[in-house]
Design a protein around this ligand. Structure first.
Ligand code: ATP
Ligand code: MG
Length: 636
């Protein structure tokens, strides 16, 4: 196998779109076969497998009962509560039926929405699958989001029922969920009539609201042993709503279909994640994000894998915990974010070597640019291939990947997210001229419509926003914009250069934030760094750098600070060019990130320009933003 063979595979997926996807669609069970593979009569909206009927829960659970009923479907490990529980496919079937029966008992029907606001616990997954079993549409809201955030999502989805827990835990601290739900439903204009609480017994002071709140254990026992028949839905029936991370502004409610989603995820388990049914996958993410939806829940279960559900931090009880899980459960495929690996890289390297991780074949990382030092460090310490892949909440599965059929033995090029995945007709567009750019030139990464199966069908409740947000950037209205910068090398490999809104324009030179940040992260004393463009009277913009030093003691003396400041500027000038040399370097203890671990560059930039930082609803740690504010306002 080779790059050439993959090219052929990809070419077929574009030139014989219908033939290609009809073949992939055989990986899933259909109640009724589709009438056509694709209906693209109303561009840019694509309807995949119209006329067909299927069900996600059937594909994730029921269809495996015969062959793998006693195989573990889920392994739940919580380093927060100390629990470890496993569920075979047969047990999962029972749990999902129980949840579906409870929902049905509350009057939830096909097409109704259910908001799930829960910590990482198996019941959250039972709830998701229980919804799709009866044709209800789930909207999972990342647990621990503030009440306002939850209220906004409730108002957008207008759910019949909201499912929550008494509390979650993070780093040993209790996060009480129910008071947040109470507050959210107070301010929501269309609150659901019923709230179902999975009481974990963590928050003993929890008080149910009478007439509204119901205890899941009670409801469950009322429906003990009930089996709920699968509700067969049209392929185009919405399966779920999920919001983007809110890194660049107000989150968008992504709506996903059923049939295309099932086909795309199942196919990706084989072709991109290179897994086999029966193996164990560990996706260290949260069900509140798309990575969790696709690769903790739907992908692994539909393809008959065992999926690890981990509640806890990567460094507690110690930074070896993930590798212990890999060893104990024979994990073959792992998926997480570069941010998590960077957090581990700051720890003592002995933890990486303490466990036998020889079962692990591939470590997939996505969500943010993967810097070369982190990539090399992870592959050297674990002895696995680290595989960058690039995608968005909108697409639901990778757009670019360094693992694809034929590329198994191709050397991975650190810094590159790989090649366009089959099904994606990717191009790079010049921002101003709207023309395609050639190899080596930077352009906005766009996808020619129709988007492949599995990608968003529209913005929930707002077709116009879908078209205006994603399809209005170029004169050719058939191009979906990712809003990310990319470069393609002669050999066909792509490099993501950062977000197009983040490009820094210094005296007419357009600099990608990623190049500058990567140069800084090559500095031996830098743990993490952010580059932002700040308005400048003469140059248009100048680069400001915000740097987290590996060892803050370095900053205690004036000389130490000056030396670090100087060498950071120097390394950027050297690696990117003198034009990129930061005009200012600020040292901070942490960088502001979204809850999904993405750098909130627009927030940093706004503060550096003394502007209002805008929508911060998905910010992880307000203290980090405050530190940036005070650093930027009190330059030394
Ligand atoms: P919003 O759209 O609300 O501003 P967001 O774009 O951060 O938030 P997500 O859908 O979670 O929401 O993230 C997708 C984005 O993450 C991509 O558009 C890209 O900017 C970045 N990204 C994802 N994977 C990679 C990767 N492998 N390399 C570089 N960037 C990546
Ligand atoms: Mg986005």
């Amino acid at each position: 196998m080779s790059v050439r063979e993959y090219r052929e595979f990809h070419r077929r997926s574009i030139e014989d779109r219908e033939g290609f996807w009809a073949e992939q669609a055989r990986l899933v069970d259909w109640k009724r076969p589709w009438e056509s593979v694709l209906d693209f009569s109303r561009p840019p909206f694509a309807r995949w497998f119209p006329g067909g009927q299927t069900n996600l829960c059937h594909n994730a659970v029921d269809r495996h009962l015969e062959e793998r009923g006693d195989q573990r479907a889920l392994i739940y490990v919580s380093t927060e509560t100390g629990e470890e529980r496993t569920y075979t496919y047969r047990q999962l079937y029972a749990e999902v039926n129980a949840f579906a029966a409870v929902l049905r008992g509350l009057g939830v029907e096909r097409g109704d929405r259910v908001v799930i606001y829960m910590p990482m616990m198996p019941e959250a997954i039972f709830a998701m699958l229980g919804c799709v079993r009866i044709g209800a549409i789930h909207s999972v809201v990342f647990g621990g989001f503030a009440a306002d955030n939850l209220a906004r999502r409730v108002d957008d989805a207008r759910p019949k029922v909201l499912i929550t827990a008494d509390a979650g835990m993070r780093g040993g601290n209790v996060i009480r969920y129910k008071p947040l739900v109470d507050r959210a439903l107070d301010v929501a204009s269309r609150p659901p009539e019923r709230v179902v609480i999975c009481d974990r017994g963590i928050d003993r002071e929890m008080r149910p609201v009478s007439g509204r709140d119901l205890d899941y254990a009670d409801l469950r026992s009322e429906h003990e042993g009930e089996e709920v028949p699968v509700e067969w839905v049209d392929s185009t029936h919405p399966s779920y709503i999920l919001y983007t991370s809110g890194t660049t502004g107000t989150p968008k409610g992504v709506q996903r279909d059923t049939g295309g989603h099932a086909v795309a995820l199942t196919a990706s388990m084989r072709h991109i994640f290179a897994t086999n049914p029966g193996e164990t996958m560990f996706t260290a993410s949260d069900i509140g994000w798309v990575v969790g939806h696709s690769y903790i829940v739907y992908g692994p279960l539909m393809y008959g894998l065992t999926s690890i559900v981990y509640e806890g931090l990567p460094i507690r009880p110690d930074p070896g915990i993930w590798w212990k899980i890999v060893q104990d459960y024979g994990v073959s495929t792992m998926f997480t974010s570069p941010t998590a690996i960077r957090a581990l890289r700051k720890q003592d390297p002995q933890y990486m070597r303490r466990y036998d991780t020889s079962s692990l074949r591939n470590l997939f990382l996505a969500g943010e640019p993967l810097d070369e030092p982190t990539s090399r460090w992870a592959s050297a310490s674990l002895g696995v291939t680290v595989r960058d892949n690039y995608w968005q909440t909108e697409t639901g599965w990778p757009i670019l990947s360094s693992m694809l059929p034929g590329l198994e033995d191709e050397p991975v090029v650190p810094g590159s997210a790989g090649f366009p995945c089959y099904g994606y007709d990717v191009c790079l567009m010049h921002e101003q001229t709207g023309e395609e750019v050639g190899p080596g030139e930077r352009g906005i990464l766009a996808i020619r419509a129709p988007l492949p199966p599995g990608c968003m069908s529209t913005v929930w409740g707002d077709d116009r926003r879908f078209v205006e947000t994603y399809f209005s950037d170029f004169p050719d209205r058939n191009l979906y914009s990712t809003f990310d910068w990319g470069v393609r090398r002669e050999d066909g490999r792509y490099f993501i250069m950062g977000r197009s809104d983040d490009v820094i324009n210094v005296a007419g030179h357009r600099l990608g934030t990623r190049e500058i940040e990567e140069a800084m992260s090559d500095h031996p004393e830098v743990a993490e760094a952010a580059a932002v463009g700040v308005a400048d009277e003469y140059k248009g913009q100048v680069v400001y750098a915000f740097v987290v030093p590996k060892d803050s003691r370095r900053l205690e003396t004036e000389a130490g600070r000056e030396e670090l400041d100087r060498s950071v500027r120097e390394i950027v000038a050297q690696k990117v060019g003198p034009i990129a040399r930061p005009a200012a370097v600020y040292f901070v203890e942490a960088l502001p990130k979204t809850r999904s671990g993405k750098l909130l560059r627009r927030g940093i930039q706004a503060l550096a320009e003394s502007r209002d930082p805008g929508d911060l609803s998905t910010l992880e740690d307000p203290a980090a933003l405050e530190a940036v504010r005070s650093a930027a306002q009190n330059p030394e």
